[in-house]
Design a protein around this ligand. Sequence first.
Ligand code: MG
Length: 384
Amino acid sequence: MTHCVALVVAAGRGHRAGGGLPKQYRSLLGRTMLRRALDSFLAHPRVDAIRPVIHPDDRQLFDAATQGLDLLDPVPGGASRQDSVRLGLESLAERAPEQVLIHDAARPFVDGAIITRVLEALADHPGAIPALAVNDTLKRGDGGLVGATVDRAGLWRAQTPQGFRYADILDAHRQATGAELTDDAAVAEKAGLAVALVDGGESNVKITTEEDLKRAQGRLAGAAVRTGFGFDVHRFGAGDHVMLCGVSIPFSAGLEGHSDADVALHALTDALLGAVGAGDIGVHFPPAEARWKGAPSDLFLRRAGDIVAEKGGAIANLDLIIICEAPRIGPHRAAMTARLAEILGLDPDQVNIKGTTTEGLGFTGRNEGIAAQAVATVLFPVNI
Ligand code: MG
């Protein structure tokens, strides 16, 4: 039985953020908001599956934003957020998870610690939500004037993901149809379920307006920058193709190695791991383990990308240089760039690939193998 499913609600139109696209498909430093939100749940060890709820018109945008991710099939949402959540919950009836986390795709910066706090509180309560105490003094307006000062003691700002026991919240939503409630805790309250408050995060902001989007981009632009370096070599052996950047290139030799010997992906994987202080490829995928024999190396790079996301980082760019006399890199550069962008969910212009020779010198010059060097830049958002 599935224990915990995350329901990620991305069915809104969200045109208040401008830009033509629904906001959840707007890019924040090369990753759509939706993808950023999904990545946090994909990386969480206690989330077993993710059900996206999308607008029926957005299927193509959704497919493009989530290529290669391990998600349940998306289900279409309804006319309101509440309808969308209910439809998402109904779609899980057969799977009947024990717990469900309901999250708005408009909160792309949710982190693993918030998810963990909600799940921990769920062990003792039918519901749990992350929230922040209100610090500003609250006024009730009256015709443009201050009508009254509202006591802020005991007031909280609710965030998502909001966690519930699945059977309870499904029932509550069925009963609340048409009630126009703005979050799932309100649906639970209406059904008499106790909902615990846990600490939310100031960075777990909801992006509604164009200004919110600009501020979020600013958070990434003002981020701490970390750099990682990767280097790898594989020697030529028997074969009729080499794998470079996940692309099969016909050649008069192959590359020897335990996995598919994709020297470029190995250098990139090490660069990403290096940027976030996560060791190297051998730590995560020991060559002594039989299961990595012949493995496609995009697995390694994808995992490195997940580790970057788990640690709260965002890839700014990758620069790769492939060093060999042959095969020629130029004719395959576009395919390689597209493949790297696809594996990591980046824009192609965040990925740069160069090929060079060593003018006949050294082991690459003697056509004994291929070397690759990579540099990765990773940004860690700061709160502003
Ligand atoms: Mg290698």
